[in-house]
Design a protein around this ligand. Structure first.
Ligand code: IVH
Length: 673
């Protein structure tokens, strides 16, 4: 491929990928399959690798982020980032509208109603249609430059679409972690016994400050925009400016509306008070802004906040109840979780008796004393949360709640994990809830899927001395099971069958089932697919492990620690002897060949016998590479009907063979024989 041609192809792929990103992440209306998107991305990556001179830091390929770790540079905001005056009362919102009207007597006043997104605010600077900088709010005057992290957020345009944007402008918005991504992240953290994020706001701001853009990209942040600043704004009203921003590719909420009367303002509040619960992201209120920028200028600012806007905050659902006691529970990986046991109280339709206090820092920050009156909240969050103490309910002489120093289950002195808020019981092999917790995890549906063993059974199996570790499951006998209370032939048989079937469970799930700290389901999959066997995994160094996509130093160290402990090695050996899969089985390799190894193949035209995707898969299954454009490195073109004339001409010019579908299929089948 010539330089000119490469540049054109690169440009066209970038444009297309940007448009598909926008369709997918902003409009939620993708036009092409994920596969096709991945294919285009791979082609672009390959071209950019070959043609380094055409690299662009804003290319869609750079959204994944590198693993580079560095502190954040700080800059002063061009316009300081202020906060908003807020209220919980509709009456005060009405007062705000009246004040605005009085400030501009005789003029029409239009108010823009919008959602108050509960995330972390961001200021983006664009020049000539390109993102140049992303800065956090910081202290309002100076913020952290987090451009690399922000670039991983797919709904943020790196280069603008449409036209009419000012040469230089700033746009402000809120970075949020949608509920789905928040739940997934917390599930993962719960699994790894890492402290949970209390709400999507903390998760979003924590994520934005990570020093690992690849991890930021993985977590699924999103962003909504609500304020445009520039010397050359496209319109004279806030609303029109936001609609212009939307046309340039920014995500602007559909809830943004112009309101003309107090009745409309009140109705907007009443509507969103409940309707917000259906939104995919957390909101903590509404914001009302004066639409006309001339009126905005007239109204100006107080020392802290604009006079032209007000925030109306939704009331979180909250209850007050007395703390009975704090219990401490030891989990599968040894993390001690403090739990507030409460006088039962009704909150958003359910009775709450217990709420996790997560870790020692939270108990300290809230300064919880014995038998305190606690506020329990259920925002959009499903899990009830202790948000504060009502000091006036404190009993005289009450002592502060102290974190235990020894494991409540086995009495071992706890150790604090460096850099983390959690305390851990180090007695991995002698502490009962850790052992039974690991057995329970091991048999879980997404792990070894052994039916019939729950919390009670794993405790009974341990108490009877039959199952002291996960490997013992494979020497369980019918007679042993029958000695357990409540066990009959049928239930014993079911467990034994489950254990037998588990020997066929693929290696990636075995790896997940072992309870290696930080090795969750996704990590286990990645690891298994890349290292392929336990033997190989054991030989690998931290450097080799971290070279694998998404495996960071913490996971690598954890794997090394796990595989250095003789007790674990014995368990793995016994599992292996029992017939458990310790390597990627032949099942996933079925039908794989190296027939097309090293071959670059272009697919073009319309096919009759198989779909394009199927042909692509056949090429890959046989070791070949499906590339998007013809170059002198192309080995052949798999051509259907109506192959594009420019492609045809190019193939002919470069002397590249053209193979039709029958010939291609024949090629695969004769070679297979
Ligand atoms: S306007 C000068 N609009 O709330 C006013 N802020 O308490 C600029 N926020 O720091 C802010 N949604 O992080 C505005 N639709 C919205 C918002 C919003 C969320 C956040 C933002 C700001 C804070 C103000």
């Amino acid at each position: 491929m010539e330089a000119n041609e490469a540049r054109e192809r690169i440009e066209s792929l970038r444009r297309d990928l940007e448009r598909h990103n926008y369709n997918y992440y902003v409009l939620s209306a993708p036009e092409i399959s994920d596969r096709e998107f991945d294919r285009m991305m791979k082609e672009l990556e390959a071209l950019e690798k070959e043609w380094k001179e055409f690299d662009d830091p804003l290319s869609p390929t750079h959204r994944v982020g590198s693993d580079l770790t560095k502190g954040f540079e700080q800059v002063r905001h061009i316009y300081p980032m202020l906060s908003l005056g807020n209220t919980y009362s509709i009456g005060e919102v009405d007062d705000f509208v009246r004040r605005v009207r009085e400030a501009v007597p005789g003029e029409e006043v239009t108010i823009v109603g919008e959602m108050k997104f509960d995330g972390t605010s961001i200021s983006l600077i664009y020049e000539d249609g390109r993102l140049v900088r992303a800065v956090t709010r910081g202290d309002g005057a100076v913020g952290d430059v987090v451009t690399d992290n922000v670039k991983t957020i797919r709904s943020i345009p790196l280069r603008l679409a449409g036209s009419g944007w000012p040469r230089q402008f700033e746009i402000r918005g809120e970075i949020v972690l949608p509920w789905k991504a928040f739940d997934r992240l917390n599930e993962e953290r719960a699994f790894n016994e890492e402290p949970l994020f209390a709400n999507p706001r903390n998760a979003a701001s924590g994520t934005l400050k990570l020093q690992n853009p690849a991890e930021v990209g993985r977590r699924g942040l999103d962003a909504y925009f609500y304020y445009l600043l520039s010397d050359e704004l496209p319109a004279a009203t806030h609303y029109e400016n936001m609609m212009a921003a939307r046309s340039w590719g920014f995500k602007v909420s559909d809830a943004m509306t112009r309101l003309h009367t107090l009745e409309e303002v009140d109705a907007y509040i009443n509507h969103w008070d409940t309707a917000r619960k259906e939104l995919p992201v957390a909101t903590d209120g509404l914001v009302f802004k004066v639409d006309s920028l001339r009126q905005e200028l007239n109204l100006g600012y107080t020392a802290k906040s604009p006079r032209w806007a007000i925030a109306y905050k939704f009331q979180a659902e909250r209850a007050l109840t007395r703390l009975r006691f704090v219990s401490f529970e030891t989990g599968r990986i040894g993390v001690i979780t403090p739990v507030a046991n409460l006088e039962p109280v009704l909150l958003s339709g359910t009775i709450v008796k217990r709420a996790s206090l997560h870790n020692e820092d939270i108990i300290r920050t809230l300064d919880i004393h014995e038998h305190d009156m606690l506020y329990v909240e259920k925002g959009g969050e499903i899990i009830p949360k202790i948000t504060g103490v009502n000091i006036s309910g404190r009993q005289p002489g009450a002592e502060p709640v102290r974190f235990v120093t020894h494991c409540p289950a086995c009495g071992t002195a706890l150790v604090r994990v460096e850099g983390e808020a959690s305390w851990i019981c180090p007695n991995r092999y002698g502490c009962v809830p850790q052992i039974t917790g690991r057995v329970e995890h091991f048999v879980g549906r997404r792990m070894m899927n052994i039916d019939g063993i729950g919390e009670e059974t794993s405790e009974a199996l341990f108490a009877s001395g039959f199952v002291k570790d996960i490997a013992d499951l494979y020497s369980l006998t019918r007679e042993q099971l029958l000695t357990l209370e409540g066990f009959g032939e049928r239930s014993a048989e079911r467990i034994l069958q489950g254990i037998e079937d588990s020997k066929a469970v693929p290696f990636e799930r075995v790896l997940y089932a072992l309870s290696i700290p930080f090795v969750g389901e996704t990590v286990a999959k990645k690891l298994a697919r890349s290292v392929r066997s336990m033997d190989r995994l054991m030989e690998m160094s931290v450097e080799e492990l971290t070279a694998i996509d998404d495996i960071g130093p913490r996971i690598a160290e954890s794997l090394k620690d796990y595989l250095a402990a003789p007790a674990n090695l014995r368990i793995i050996e016994r599992l292996c002897d029992a017939g458990v899969q310790m390597a990627v089985g032949s099942e996933s390799d079925e039908g794989r060949t190296e027939l097309l190894a090293g071959k670059s193949i272009v697919i073009s035209g319309v096919f009759n016998l198989h779909s394009r995707d199927e042909y692509k898969e056949m090429i890959e299954r046989n070791g070949g590479k499906n590339v998007g454009s013809i170059s002198k490195k192309t080995d052949f073109v798999l051509a259907g009907a109506n192959m594009g004339p420019s492609k045809l001409e190019k193939a002919q010019k470069l002397g590249i063979p053209i193979v039709d579908e029958e010939a291609f299929l024949a090629m695969l089948s004769t070679a297979a024989e």
